[in-house]
Design a protein around this ligand. Structure first.
Ligand code: SIN
Length: 479
């Protein structure tokens, strides 16, 4: 039962697709699954629920499309990618609406994600012409050694619901640019953005079979994932999601020895030293914590604040929260949308209740907002300690725990006490400390005096159990 007519909200009705996309064709299925608007609980789409045979067809389509695509000049591929970039940007408003409806993030933030997503398409289209090999030092007088970079061929990407466009473009733009073909399995909660991207790719002239999208519900996704991992034709798998699922995919890819790029769980520390610019710390905290309602892998999950500046930081941070307007992101003026589903909200509630039960102080928020079951207030907790769940489990929601600290050694030790070495942040105006702490933090990414580190130029990825490889940047092309 579909209760919202999405087409009527779009300027270009044909961007709303409920079919999967294989070999340039829109594929219907007798089985479908419902997509829900997390802000209203309304059903917004009924999408093709594919099976493993369809996944095989998608792999075959990608394999067949490969020779012609990889033998194009890099410049030709770049021109097509550039057209796709232009078309995505031209349709920003429609894409943002689709994203808000299926994912919940406010319209302005969704439009921001479209622009962020296109930055990868543009950047890799430009980079296509600069994939260079090398001539190595001479070992023998009568021979020369040469390194030539080639596409890895058929790739698969399994993408998350929190960035329904940017996580696809960040992964597939380098692959397409390099001459690979791809099968995308988008998150079952947010397939509509992915399908709209495919429609624009077709209009841009990306040949049939180069991009394929297999849509499926949670159950079928597991079976399809297994098929994609088991296929000897697929040479590379890129995944963004939880460490738990990453481990399963790694195991499933072992028999065919696939190359893997995994961007997994995070638990970012955010450190405010006593010499920090407190206003900059507050705006960094706002950017890092409340982006996408706290549902990013790089969101600050624990705030270590020096005792000398704790009171002023907490006071200013709490004041800054008053500008956040929680509600249905399709409405004007809303700056924080819902959590993606009830299970996500339950986790935030559990973390907050656990902290309060163990002696934390509630500074701000701390409960669901009344409008709909998936909305949770932006929340600050003070006097938090390492015994509390929120300091070691990823919250993926709008809860900001403040842990008072004193020495650099203590805070570095606390910050590094996590298996999830994805992102970290700190603020200090002491240049000596900046170098020392940046190098001491065991994280793939360190933001210094900022809460926002993601862009197309910088390599994105983690260490320890936060994953393997890098997305974006020249390193992403090698990946
Ligand atoms: C993520 O949450 O996985 C991605 C966040 C980003 O690109 O900044």
């Amino acid at each position: 039962m579909q209760t919202v007519d999405i087409r009527s909200l779009l300027k270009d009705h044909s961007l709303f697709k409920e079919e999967a996309f294989i070999n340039g064709n829109w594929i219907q299925s007798k089985n479908t699954f419902l997509v829900n608007n997390p802000a209203t609980d309304e059903m917004i789409a009924n999408v093709a629920n594919l099976g493993t045979q369809d996944a095989e067809l998608a792999i075959t389509a990608a394999e067949k499309a490969l020779p012609a695509w990889r033998s194009k000049l890099a410049k030709e591929r770049a021109q097509i990618m550039r057209k796709w970039f232009d078309l995505i940007l031209e349709n920003t408003q429609d894409l943002a609406k689709l994203m808000t409806l299926e994912q919940g993030k406010p319209l302005a933030e969704a439009a921001g994600e479209v622009v962020y997503g296109t930055s990868f398409v543009e950047w890799f289209a430009e980079e296509a012409k600069r994939v260079e090999g090398s001539i190595l030092g001479i070992t023998w007088s009568d021979k020369r050694l040469m390194v030539v970079k080639q596409p890895i061929d058929v790739c698969v990407t399994i993408t998350p619901w929190n960035f329904p466009i940017a996580m696809i473009t960040r992964k597939i733009a380098p692959a397409l640019t390099a001459g690979c073909t791809i099968v995308i399995q988008p998150a079952e909660l947010t397939p509509l953005s992915a399908l709209a991207l495919a429609e624009l790719a077709k209009r841009a002239g990306i040949p049939d079979g180069v991009i394929n999208i297999v849509t499926a519900d949670a159950n079928q996704s597991i079976a399809i994932g297994k098929t994609l991992c088991a296929s000897p034709t697929v040479r590379h798998l890129s995944f963004t999601g939880s460490t738990e699922v990453g481990r399963i995919l790694m195991e499933q890819c072992t028999p065919t020895v696939k190359k893997l790029a995994l961007e997994l769980g995070g638990h970012a520390p955010f450190i405010v030293f006593e010499d920090a610019d407190i206003d900059a710390a507050v705006s960094g905290a706002m950017e890092s914590k409340f982006r996408n309602s706290g549902q990013t892998c790089v969101c600050a999950n624990r705030f270590y604040v020096h005792k000398k500046v704790q009171d002023v930081f907490v006071e200013k941070f709490a004041k800054a929260l008053s500008v956040i307007k929680v509600g249905d992101g399709i409405q004007t003026g809303i700056t924080q949308g819902p959590l993606i589903e009830t299970a996500a909200l339950k986790k935030v509630k559990k973390h907050v209740a656990d902290a309060l039960g163990k002696g934390a102080t509630l500074v701000s928020g701390g409960k669901r907002t009344v409008e709909c079951k998936n909305f949770y207030e932006p929340t600050i907790l003070a006097n938090v300690n390492s015994e509390m769940l929120i300091t070691y489990e990823e919250t993926f929601g709008p809860g900001a725990p403040i842990i008072p600290v004193e020495s650099d050694e203590e805070v570095i030790k606390l910050a590094n006490n996590s298996q999830f070495g994805l992102a970290s942040y700190f603020l200090s105006r002491d240049i000596g400390r900046v170098w020392k702490v940046a190098e001491a933090l065991e994280y793939g990414m360190v933001g210094v005096n900022t809460g926002l580190i993601s862009n197309e130029v910088a390599p994105f990825g983690g260490i320890k159990q936060a994953g393997l490889g890098r997305d974006g940047s020249v390193y992403g092309m090698d990946e």
